[in-house]
Design a protein around this ligand. Sequence first.
Ligand SMILES: [Fe+2]
Ligand SMILES: [Fe+2]
Length: 327
Amino acid sequence: MNNKLHEEKGMVYDPESQWLTVTGMIAKNLRTHPLKPRPKRGNFFAARFDDLSGNTTLGCHVGEMPGKKNIGHRHVDEAIIMTLSGSGHSVLYQADNTRSWPAQHEMEWQEGSLIVIPINAYHQHFNAEPDKTPVRQLAIKNVPLLRSVFDDRAVIYANPHRFYERYHDEDDYFALSERVGERQWRTNYVKDLRTVSLDEWPERGDGISAMFFQMGNMCTLRPHVTEIVAEGRTLPHRHLREELIYILSGRGYTRIWQEEDGMEVRVDWEEGDLLSPPLNTWHEHVNLDKSAPARYYSVESIILDRLFNNRMFVEENDFIFKDRFSG
Ligand SMILES: [Fe+2]
Ligand SMILES: [Fe+2]
């Protein structure tokens, strides 16, 4: 029996998993995007974007918490959370199986904030204005990759292992903030992605600046922010990294193409949109505004960098994923 309810083009709700799943290459305005209840997670609404552009390693959902708090939990997947609207705080703690809880860490966040959830640390989010202003957050994760590798939910959600090298109850866990290179910042918290300072990135084009964040000792996710000057554009590039791009400000378009078969599309975007250039397609981002910069937050799945340790394999690879991009 097919119990899936087809909402509208590009969205399917499965009452069993309680997920509204979104497909396609772009999702419009995540701040107002339709969500569906997920009663198994309490008073919580969500939509899932794991399948954008046929991605298989990069998980993503938008969750909304109208009430006071969500249900505390932990998981082995890497996760970074950006707040789209509302404000509140998260509580974080490690624990062994004796259930003797160590001190907890509290982290406040608001619109534009980015925090990392260290793998397998218990965490719970609290809304600063319960029943008045819902909190809406964008969570990007590597859970599809872990599901493929282990094919066992318990490894991810019922795993007692403590990853000390990721999080060891350090007092300054969320205060850590240090430059570790050009366009490289090590931190576990960014107060506001919309205003964080960036370094010039001439290799990506004239008038391009960026900052890459090393967060939570993550091995598979690489977050960064890029800004394009008014009427500017990035140089064309491609990579064997699945990528999710959230538009923080501005309006423009991304040209996506494959040289080998002449396929090309233009995807227009504006503030609040989420897009994913299909794996290894050529793409360039263009700012259409004549007077203001455009800024986006990107997360790339760097599992192939990690496995092969070869930049050419990841960035200069001719393989075409025909099933992911048909123009
Ligand atoms: Fe979580
Ligand atoms: Fe890219």
